[in-house]
Design a protein around this ligand. Structure first.
Ligand code: ADP
Ligand code: MG
Length: 282
């Protein structure tokens, strides 16, 4: 049984007068297993948040169904199993970070002592230890996002549904969030995340699906979707010019088409992260 299963999910939003207006989801099906990070990618307005809200039991579909560990969203069993982070997660502005997590602990049924210990452990885990006593009101978008994820972690759910967890985070924050998500996967949790930025989820997802207009365009592992099997890249070190010229000549002699031969470019993200790391050391 998959941890999360959408089958033939459709949702039409009607306007105030009940006239048919927007079809947000149009027969969306997908499934996420335990120990898997599944990324839902699509432009703004493609239906990602609508699908997640249905899975969290906040709205009902017009057709199709969702199952969370075999339970319907909205039931007690599904609620207990699910940790949902909405795209605009709302935190109480006058509480500080520690109080926020203690409150969520109390709501999840923890004792005072348990809630206090859990709050401190989670603050450390999401990198907000130093901001424990600061009011949420003054938090940056990225800090709010991290605290939002911490609130979801309080009840130790099996299934995570995180709507745009990396939105508003700087590259380092995004990397830390992805490390946290990978850690949850390694604990055997099922994680469904979304993004409208294509590169954002690349190095954390086991599977991805692209949607537009509420319909699935393609789905698969990154290997299946992105591997270019028509060409081959060979990296050598050191970049000895004479040896490389000989290799190229040999390749041509063997009837291969030499399409490119150059030093690879680092990504801007890799460059930035290296720069930060180097700066920390000095
Ligand atoms: N409560 C609502 N009432 C009317 N239309 C809505 C509502 N929620 C979402 N929509 C519409 O449904 C479509 C999908 O929205 P959404 O699921 O938020 O997309 P995404 O999260 O991919 O950006 C959009 O056209 C949006 O305007
Ligand atoms: Mg959205």
């Amino acid at each position: 049984m998959p941890a999360i299963e959408f089958s033939g999910l459709s949702k039409t939003f009607r306007d105030f007068f009940g006239r048919r207006s927007v079809q947000a989801l149009d027969g969306l099906s997908l499934s996420v297993d335990k120990g898997q990070v599944f990324g839902l990618l699509g432009p703004n307005g493609s239906g990602k948040s609508t699908a997640f809200k249905i899975a969290a039991g906040l709205i009902r579909p017009n057709a199709g169904s969702v199952s969370i560990n075999g339970h319907r969203p909205g039931t007690m069993a599904a609620r207990r199993a699910t940790g949902y982070l909405s795209e605009d997660s709302t935190l109480l502005p006058f509480l500080n970070a520690r109080e926020t997590l203690r409150l969520h602990g109390a709501l999840a049924g923890l004792t005072r002592t348990q809630a206090a210990a859990t709050a401190d452990e989670l603050l450390d885990r999401v990198g907000l230890k130093d901001a424990a006593k600061r009011r949420v009101k003054g938090f940056s978008k990225g800090m709010q996002r991290r605290l939002g994820v911490a609130t979801v972690l309080v009840g130790d759910p099996d299934v995570f549904i995180l709507d745009e967890p990396t939105s508003g985070l700087d590259p380092l924050g995004a990397v830390q969030m992805k490390e946290l998500i990978a850690g949850l996967r390694d604990q055997g949790k099922a994680i469904l995340i979304s993004s409208h930025l294509l590169g954002e989820l690349e190095n954390v997802c086991d599977r991805v699906a692209f949607i537009n207009h509420g319909r699935l365009l393609s789905e698969g592992t990154l290997e299946e979707l992105l591997r270019e099997t028509e060409t081959h890249e060979l990296r050598v070190s050191p970049p000895d010019k004479a040896a490389i010229a000989e290799l190229e000549a040999l390749a041509k002699q063997m009837g291969l088409n030499v399409i490119s031969s150059r030093s690879p470019m680092r990504t801007l993200e890799a460059f930035y992260l290296r720069m930060l790391k180097h700066g920390d050391k000095s």
